[in-house]
Design a protein around this ligand. Structure first.
Ligand code: PMP
Length: 765
């Protein structure tokens, strides 16, 4: 490593004098930044500009000749880039020498100046610029395929093949950071270098060496050829990727743009694609290791560590990605992935082959191929913060859930007519989360099946047939449930309210008739009225179905006192109370494991779905021993898949993760933070008419006018689309489609909430 303390130390006046003596230039000089060498910007009387390069005293003339030859070579090839030209000294030599006041001899070169803005200062980088970078590097690397020079075959610490030299400084890093870097070097150690094409490479496409045009959309030049070496050619691209990812909110998407453009101009081989990400990460790892080493040489020079902050931030961001995800993205964008149908062709095929009664989300539908924790990843490599997926409760693809399913799948999967530890164990764990007397469970495979069964239980227990539901509710997709779901029977294609169904008012304290204290009791009167009316019918009241917070109704939090009073009224008329916790259960409320508990009320039946299996199709009904006994009339309830050992293993893993990762507690603290942030946003953006939420079940309502509360549906859907473009997934709900719902995986962090709020602020502004 050329030592920094062997760098030349000429003054600007000396530089001017040498330029005159050696090159006959009458110029003014100003110093340029350089670590190992010394560079001066020169401008002569005619305005011509140059760089005077005085090399480190340890630099060999052969390497300087390598650099000159390479510049001459590239200058003579049609790369579409402008490279500095080598200007010979008056005597004709392209490498001159000077003796400094320290008595040491230094080599000197003069290069022409190339105009441009360095890429580091052209941020934010457009997709166009990233593609231009990939294309420019590909053109240069293609040209370099026919270049050779003996001095390029050198042992050089910035050659990624030599990253072991950087790794040797690992113990200079603080221990908590070592854990981030070690896996990178471990992956590097597995690279089969013989499988990678080799040649002379530029080896330093960092964002300070890349020059872009004034519009910031095109790469015009690459400068500083001091790191040129004979190595694996894919390292040129890998190094560019390392820097292109810096300071990017979505680094892999940025790298994918550069990589795809490079591959288009100079196709990569399969082994190169496999090595690409590891090499890019190795460059970052080497940088932080060398910086730590330099800092150790110059204690007190905090700059050396501070300047590495963007690299550390990126390394942390990359460490949070799903395993192997960057490689999968590079495989895809370079055409090495199986099943790589485009979004457009999938969309077209879907239109002909999937029942058309289901719309896709977003104007430009997403093609999601990976989920990890609270993020979803699309086929182009973009990451999205998932703020609506309450099914992936403990996080997308949680390893403990995946492992539990895979392990049990390999052992046994059968039905519940056999004894099984998982079945009994799971029911014990599940019912233990509920208050007495909810102690008897039925295991099913969806929220709809759970509600369907709950309805049968209620009818069996009461002998009644009538049902009371809350307006705008959705309880499932079966015949019987569509009939008790106003969201469906009053919606497009619906057949209207059946005679056996009685609809109570939505307890909406923002839009409904009752607001303020006492509203809960007033809305409960609507349930009492409906129940009374139902009880008067020939067949009597079977059940009152109520979500413990209203989802399709528009993320409505039940007002205090509502359920307790409503349940009492229903029981007084002989009905059974059913809490639909399909959306709201398993700790989402934050303060309690079940949302109904926030109402200080206990239902007769609880139905569960969505989060119960973290995406594995599961549902459950838990009720009292009495109701279960009423249902046991000789007709067996058999469910082929419900309660199978795999599902129970999954259900147990979900309960374990909720407990071990304190996800209910997280829902409470993150939810409160988010609620406060949304309220602060509402204070600044009058289009937000109302903000509400409990734990990580939140919503805000958009209105055209705060006074009239006219729903702003088109604005809500535009906001959702805009947020998708900003990398955040949300969706709308509510009878007027103007409520933005937020119900993310429960691993949603305070940082995620901060990002959501920032981007909402930007989108609303
Ligand atoms: N109840 C509620 C409150 C729901 O939100 C849903 C699904 N959106 C269901 C029941 C039906 O669940 P599934 O789609 O699993 O059948």
């Amino acid at each position: 490593m050329a030592r920094v303390d062997k760098a030349p130390r000429f003054s600007a006046e000396e530089a001017v004098r040498r330029a005159s003596e050696l090159y006959g230039l009458d110029a003014v000089a100003s110093p340029l930044p350089s670590e190992r060498d010394q560079n001066f910007h020169l401008r002569d009387a005619a305005g011509a500009r140059f760089v005077l390069k005085i090399a480190n005293q340890e630099e060999s003339p052969a390497v300087l000749d390598l650099q000159n030859s390479l510049l001459n070579f590239l200058g003579a090839h049609p790369t579409g880039l402008e490279f500095p030209r080598v200007v010979p000294a008056s005597g004709g030599s392209t490498i001159a020498s000077v003796t400094g006041s320290d008595g040491v001899k230094y080599f000197v070169r003069l290069l022409t100046w190339v105009d441009g803005i360095c890429m580091a200062q052209a941020a934010p980088h457009s997709v166009q610029l990233l593609r231009s970078l990939g294309a420019a590097l590909a053109r240069m690397d293609r040209a370099l395929e026919s270049f050779s020079h003996p001095a390029a075959h050198r042992a050089f610490h910035w050659d990624l093949r030599q990253a072991g030299l950087a790794r040797a400084h690992l113990d200079l890093l603080p221990e908590e950071r070592r854990g981030l870097i070690e896996p990178i070097f471990d992956a590097w150690a597995t690279i089969d270098w013989s499988a990678l094409r080799a040649g002379v490479i530029y080896n330093d496409a960092n964002d300070y060496n890349i020059l872009v045009d004034a519009s910031g959309s095109r790469v015009v030049s690459l400068v500083d050829f001091g790191d040129v070496v004979h190595s694996a050619t894919v390292c040129d691209l890998a190094i560019a990727l390392a820097y292109a990812m810096l300071d990017k909110p979505d680094p892999i998407a940025a790298a994918a743009e550069v990589g795809a453009a490079y591959h288009h101009g100079r196709p990569l081989t399969a082994p190169e694609v496999e090595a690409l990400y590891t090499l890019a990460a190795t460059r970052l790892a080497s940088s932080v290791c060398y910086a730590a080493w330099q800092a150790a040489q110059a204690p007190g020079n905090d700059y050396l560590n501070i300047s590495n902050q963007p690299a550390w931030t990126l390394i942390e961001r990359l460490a949070a990605l799903p395993p192997d995800w960057p490689n999968e993205v590079f495989r895809r964008v370079c055409g090495f992935s199986r099943g790589g149908r485009t979004a457009a062709s999938l969309g077209a095929a879907r239109r002909h082959t999937l029942g058309p009664s289901l719309s896709l989300s977003y104007r430009h539908p997403l093609h999601i191929i990976r989920g990890w924790k609270q993020h979803l990843y699309d086929a182009t490599g973009r990451v999205y913060l998932d703020c609506v997926n309450n099914v992936a409760h403990v996080g997308h693809s949680h390893p403990r859930v995946v492992e539990a399913a895979a392990r049990q799948m390999a052992l046994l999967n059968t039905n519940t007519r056999y004894l099984h530890e998982h079945l009994t164990g799971y029911i014990e764990r599940l019912t233990a989360t509920l208050p007495e007397p909810l102690r008897v469970a039925f295991l099913v495979t969806s929220g709809s099946e759970a509600n369907e069964l709950a309805l049968r239980l209620a009818r069996a227990h009461t002998g009644g047939n009538q049902v009371v539901v809350v307006d705008a509710a959705y309880h499932g997709n079966t015949n019987a449930l569509v009939e008790i779901s106003p969201y469906k029977f009053n919606g497009p294609g619906g057949r209207g309210k059946p005679a056996h169904v009685h609809v109570a008012q939505m307890p909406d304290v923002y839009r409904g008739p009752h607001r303020g204290p006492g509203a809960g009791a007033r809305y409960a009167e609507s349930v009492a009225d409906a129940a009374g009316h139902a009880a008067d019918q020939a067949t009597g009241l079977a059940a009152f179905f109520c979500e413990s917070a209203l989802g399709c109704g528009g993320q409505i939090i039940l007002p205090p006192g509502y359920l307790k009073k409503a349940f009492a009224a229903v029981r007084a008329t002989g009905g059974v109370t059913i809490a639909d916790e399909v959306q709201t259960g398993f700790g989402r409320a934050g303060s309690h494991f079940w949302m109904f508990e926030t109402q200080d009320a206990v239902p007769d039946i609880v139905t569960m779905g969505k989060p119960i299996g973290n995406g594995h199709p599961m549902g459950a009904v838990v009720t009292t021993a009495e109701i279960a006994a009423s249902f046991s009339n000789g007709m067996e309830y058999f469910n082929t898949f419900g309660g199978n050992p795999v599902s129970c293993a999954v259900g147990l893993a979900v309960l374990d993760v909720i407990r071990d990762e304190a996800l209910r507690e997280n829902a409470l603290s993150t939810g409160e933070f988010l609620l406060a942030g949304l309220r602060a946003l509402a204070a600044r953006h009058p289009i937000i008419g109302d903000v509400r939420g409990l734990g990580l079940f939140l919503g805000f309502e958009l209105v055209r006018d705060p006074a009239t509360r006219e729903p702003a549906a088109a604005e809500a859907s535009a906001l959702v689309d805009r947020m998708k473009d900003l990398g955040v997934l949300l969706s709308t709900d509510g009878p007027f489609h103007n409520v933005i719902k937020i119900k993310p995986p429960m691993v949603f962090s305070r940082a995620d909430a901060g990002m959501l709020l920032d981007r909402l602020d930007a989108a609303l502004s």
